[in-house]
Design a protein around this ligand. Structure first.
Ligand SMILES: [Zn+2]
Length: 89
C-alpha cells in the first residue's frame, strides 16, 4: 500500500446528502447514498496537486500551470486560485 493510500485510509469524508462524517467507503453508512465520486474527486485532487508540485520542483512551469489551472477549475477555492496565480508568475 502506498504512502498516499495509507494516509487516505485515515481520512474521513462528509456525505453530501446527509452530512454524516465517516470513513471513506462506497456508500454512506447512514443514508446509503453512493459516495464513490467523492473518493474519485479526492484522488484527482491529490494527483493534480502532486503533479503541480513535482513540476515546480523540476522547472516544468507549463505543466505546473496546467495542473494548477485544473485544480482551480474543479475547486474554485481561494487556495487553488492563489496557487494558480502563484504558478503563473
Ligand atoms: Zn449520507
Amino acid at each position: 500500500m502506498s504512502e498516499w493510500q495509507n494516509s487516505f485510509q485515515r481520512l474521513e469524508c462528509r456525505c453530501p446528502v446527509c452530512g454524516t462524517v465517516q470513513e471513506w467507503q462506497d456508500e454512506c453508512e447512514r443514508c446509503h447514498a453512493d459516495i464513490r465520486i467523492l473518493r474519485r474527486l479526492a484522488d484527482e485532487t491529490y494527483l493534480l496537486q502532486r503533479r503541480c508540485f513535482e513540476a515546480l520542483t523540476t522547472g516544468e512551469h507549463f505543466r505546473a500551470e496546467q495542473a494548477a489551472e485544473q485544480l482551480a477549475q474543479i475547486f474554485p477555492t481561494p487556495l487553488y486560485e492563489m496557487l494558480s496565480r502563484f504558478v503563473r508568475r
